[in-house]
Design a protein around this ligand. Sequence first.
Ligand code: NAP
Length: 252
Amino acid sequence: MNIAVITGASSGLGLEYAREVYNTRTELDEIWVIARREDRLKELQSELGDKIVPVAFDITDPQALANYVTLLKEKNANVKLLINNAGFGKLGNFDKLSLEENTAMVRLNCEALTAMTAATLPFMNERSEIVNTCSIASFAPNTRMAVYSSTKAYVMSLSRALRVELKPRKINVIAVCPGPMDTEFLAVANIGKGDSKTFDMLPRVNARVMAVKSLKASRRRKAVYTNRIFYKFYRILAKLLPHSLVMKMCGT
Ligand SMILES: NC(=O)c1ccc[n+]([C@@H]2O[C@H](COP(=O)([O-])OP(=O)(O)OC[C@H]3O[C@@H](n4cnc5c(N)ncnc54)[C@H](OP(=O)(O)O)[C@@H]3O)[C@@H](O)[C@H]2O)c1
């Protein structure tokens, strides 16, 4: 059975990924949507149809991950597309965030993404795709989002190395780098109006556009995708300039 697996599909970018995959990847038998809020996943199934299969679990829970692998085996799954999208950030200096907040970001954005990839890879074959939601925060360290930007630098590094390792298996890995999107991410991160001058002035990225364009880039077997000229330019700047200078220019 040919399937897609999308984490973080209950809101924001993940929801848009589910809609776009449903509309464009008609060769798939099932689209497994993963998040903790099962009611949201069921709503998505009602909106789109039975090809959408809610698989509600916390991807940081090792037992739930083991159950996911059992399900892949039982369904004889051939995973054509894995979208590792679940993630969160918290705004605040490292020493003002709690130990739990700082470590939970690493558990979800790094550890669970790595675990989902390792668990799913044995069920992938030629021409399959892995789409990792990264961020413009991966381009240079961000003060007041030190752990979050570090987790996304991990996602970028892992994606690029894995892409080369998986070339012989003809599996592409893309790191998708959105700028700020008006999703639940902002409330979860405690980023309201006035909390961050940088966030207030940065141009917004539309989650729907991001999903559509990044899936096209994945089909074209690209390594990294960022949209909007502003963020493409920032990516180049962050490659050319010392990060100490980039951090000063960006503020928080
Ligand atoms: N919005 C932005 O400004 C922005 C910018 C750059 C990058 N990004 C990245 O884009 C991705 C999507 O974020 P978003 O903006 O769409 O935020 P969002 O609306 O808050 O979506 C986050 C998703 O992750 C799921 N999730 C959180 N913890 C989970 C867990 N333990 N197990 C399973 N699922 C979990 C949430 O569902 P449940 O709560 O139902 O579990 C939700 O579906 C993230 O990786 C984020 O870092 C966002």
